[in-house]
Ligand binder design. Sequence first.
Ligand code: FES
Length: 103
Amino acid sequence: MAQWVRLCSVAEAPAEGTVNEQRAGEFEICLARVDGELKAVDNLCPHRRGPLGQGWLEGKAVVCPWHAWAFDLKTGCAEYPEGEKVGVFALCIEGEDVLVNLE
Ligand code: FES
């Protein structure tokens, strides 16, 4: 069941080609903007819980700042190493707010 909550304001969302960290309740979210579109994935890297929102973008993937594992922002799947994955969250914009679905 959908559980939409406010993640941040539109002004707090990252600029094109960058990422940042946001929090929604107990969830830490890595928020990214690629090709003008916002994407959200779990902020904690499955390797050693590095903060993906402090990493950088390579194409359509976010790269973990600690050991450079890279995750596709659409699927959450790791480009390296294969088989690893982070959760992907749906987003929508309502007025000045960015909402995330935590279902
Ligand atoms: S903690 Fe992310 S690659 Fe190691």
